[in-house]
Design a protein. Sequence first.
Length: 590
Amino acid sequence: MEDRGEDTGRRRNFLRKYWNKYGALFILGVACVLMEAMMDLLQPRIMSQLVDEGVMQGSLPHIRQYGLRMLGVAGIGLCFSLSRNYIASKVSQAFAADLRRDLFVKIHSLSAYGIDSFEGGSLITRETNDVTLLQGFVNGLMRVVAKAPFICIGAIVMAATLDLRSMPVIIPIVGAVVIVVSICMKMAYPRFTKVQDSLDGLNTSVREYLIGIRLVKAFRRFKDEEKRFEKANDGLADATVSANKILVVLSPFTALFVNLGIAAFLWLGAGWVDFGDMQVGQVMAFVTYMTNIMHSLNIISMTMNMFVRVKTSHRRVQEVFDTERDGAGNFALRTPGTSETVDDMAHIALHNVSFAYRGSMGPPALSDISLSVEKGETLGIIGPTGSGKTTLAALLLKYYEPTEGEIKISGEPLSTLDQGKWRSRISIVPQSPTLFAGTIRDNILWGRANATDEEIRGAAEDAQALEFIESLPDRYERQIGQAGTGLSGGQRQRVSIARALVRGPELLVLDDCTSALDVVTESAVKIALAKHDMTTVLITQRVSAVRTCDKILVLNNGEMAGFGRHESLCESCDVYRDIIRSQIGDEGNG
């Protein structure tokens, strides 16, 4: 975990870290580029001498002498070119790998508030496309970008040393190109911001479609999804075309200005040669330098094109690194632990806890919740849909901090406990079981990587998953696809419960995770859980699931409608009685 001082530095600019690591190699690569450019600039000067002193004078020794010099300079330039290519590839690849790794770690460290501030598709784009653009820019910076300005300035200087009369032609051309590039950059930047945002939208559309593809097929909504995709796809295309419309003028205008300069110089040079004020070789050198300037300005214009995109990507990556505080003003994962996790989770207490999601315009998700649960007890949380049950679980898991009140664990405020240590002592079985591509064993070991075969089997048995797992030909080595493809809904839920149990948690949160289980299997799971020495929070909409709990919290519209045992709530809580009445028929049929 990084300290705040280091984090503050990262907020200023995340590139500083990579400069400290790769700056020396970067400078070496740029030095190779400059030496290569210097060799390129020497070639026209040597060529003019070869023409004027060798060809024009019919001197074979001078032709050989200057020809060998040109070959030697070209060979030296080749060595520097190979070196800078190797260094550029090494630095850019290492930089991108480190940046992707750090960005991945940063995304993992974000609080729920931080994650909520980005669309899932946007984070994917920033982790892949934006990093790739930054990598390409670093690579190009060490290969052609640094070379172009040096060639341009060097060519102007070399032309001036040959004859100052070339300056009235060269300076206006360079100035005109600089003005055009500046105007295009200013106009293109906001358009490329829209391009990246449109790419976020396209990624989000595809991601949601792939996640919900079964539902799309079941409801025969492919046409609607196709329209949504087409809208996002066309939006990206339109945004890209709009941005490129600004930049397509750069190369043509650069070529136009420089070619006009070459034509003007040839016209002037012809007159100077006729009057004997200039030699043919010098004219050839001037034309070559003008051509070098044109190529350099073209590269600079393309670099500005790339820079506009990279500037957008840099800002978007920086936004992820800058996302550190949750809506309550606390550092996401960086909340300083003023005390260690308590040794004994004797009880959990909520004192006047209220919570509202950031940006919510309605009433708070939870309002003035107070309760206490002793170690080893089972707390059932029941209430209508949208009453705040899952939100309360998120607070216990420290995904969010209460906006008012506090949660205490054995008398210690949860906000002061080390987050990593706290989460190592708890397990959750989410509402929608999330399994990963791999074997059943791999998924259960997510709970605890060093669990033994006996512990895996025991967890599967308690989760009522043992029978179906051992009936499979390859048992625990059965390969399943992403999101548990290949298993039924009930089987996924039982594997998810086994994963939570193998951890040996002190606090187990079950978020309506038995909805796909029949009543008999659900009852068997509850009996097995009772054997474990842990505190259990059971979120459900079934009265049959909570009636045997030690304590029951009834929520309604985020408020505490009742708290106690089943018998007392039947007498004192209207909301609880209404839930019972609504489920009597279902229970009778069960």
